[in-house]
Design a protein around this ligand. Sequence first.
Ligand SMILES: C[S@@+](CC[C@H](N)C(=O)[O-])C[C@H]1O[C@@H](n2cnc3c(N)ncnc32)[C@H](O)[C@@H]1O
Ligand code: SF4
Length: 455
Amino acid sequence: MPHAFLGPSYVALTGGRSAYGEVSARLCADSPASAIAWMPRNSGEGDGPGPRCHTGGVSVTTSPFVLPPAALSELGARPFGVYVHVPFCATRCGYCDFNTYTAGELGTAVSPASWLDGLRRELDLAATTLGAPPPADTVFVGGGTPSLLGADGLARVLDAVRDAFGLAADVEVTTESNPESTSPEFFSGLREAGYTRVSLGMQSTAPHVLRVLDRVHTPGRPTQAAAEAREAGFEHVNLDLIYGTPGERTADLRASVEAVLEAGVDHVSAYALIVEEGTALARRVRKGEIPAPDDDVLAADYELIDSMLTDAGLRWYEVSNWAASPSARCRHNLGYWLGGDWWGAGPGAHSHVGGVRWWNVKHPARYASVLADGKLPVAGHEELTDADRHLERVMLELRLADGLPLDALDDAGVREAKQAVDDGLLDRGAAAEGRAVLTDRGRLLADAVVRRLVT
Ligand SMILES: C[S@@+](CC[C@H](N)C(=O)[O-])C[C@H]1O[C@@H](n2cnc3c(N)ncnc32)[C@H](O)[C@@H]1O
Ligand code: SF4
């Protein structure tokens, strides 16, 4: 049993948050500054300037925002995704620090209608900025709580993306949804609008765990919503779980995974609870009201989740993500992990094209007002060096079940990879075929393995 759990953390990259936010934070804290130029906090949803640690090269607000020809020339070489950030939630969960606001926090200044108006303007400006953008291969509407827009609102969101970029013939279109704001009619409406995939936040079936998380939903509603989505014709349905919540027992976690399996979904994301600064959860932990998640418990939880899902035919393809088949993998998130290009629209969203990364202003009122002036709401941008891009590639691809080609590593990295094979962290057979692939034990220590290969 490892004593320092450095493995899977949450990704939304179900649209927004990636495990590598945590990796980068550790690298930044522990590495000589010269070793790390810049790492992103996340890929889709942004909650502040991207860099967590940076040694140079960030520019702040360019208006009008122009992409260098070298970056534009890469467009189309890789899959092109569109992320849309919906910054609304009915209530704030105690653990969540995503860029999202309740109606009470926003007052009358911002509404879903004014946000949609801004989104249309941003996407139109995006199409002009990109010149001749390829049609979107993937669209991911994340949040926040996109389902608060209803099926009609989400149909209008997809129309706006279609009008700006066009959609590839086999486009994957996902929306995140909070189970409480869904219904059979909602899912039918999404299907009619062209959505192909739904991701539902479940977290746990145990009422006492949901209480610690300040998560307002009826136990049982997430799996019922998943069933409704399937009945409406969605082949691809994801459920998100959080594990390691203080007070969660092994039996609670087992029951949550059993419920996920009974729901018959083809994709599961399971995230170790992260105590984010500034959240209600962090305040309770600081006051000593509840303990912080325990590393050994997190590691044991991960092993339990992985073995239950694997036994049921769901295979890991990224440290925090399991799919029933290759076609059930989230192509949009794979785009992030494989260095793809995407336009992130909406307040605080991050984008990447050809080695240039930028991020939008966070507050929905500011977002609307910059767009009303006819400008892109870009808060800052930076150009990644070749070294930055290499580092990100290692960090992200190593977390995939397909792993990373060993020839992507420098000499020191290859030496470390050989040592990691001997230490049981990288798979010997895969290494013999030229790939660095995490073993089961390696997955529990993924961040530490990444650190060894890049420093
Ligand atoms: C930001 S939410 C968006 C989906 C939707 N609002 C919902 O909650 O159902 C996406 C997922 O991120 C995960 N998440 C958010 N904050 C987290 C944290 N502090 N630790 C672990 N997972 C977290 C949750 O599993 C959640 O379902
Ligand atoms: S509903 Fe989702 S986005 Fe909103 S606060 Fe809760 S976890 Fe965060």
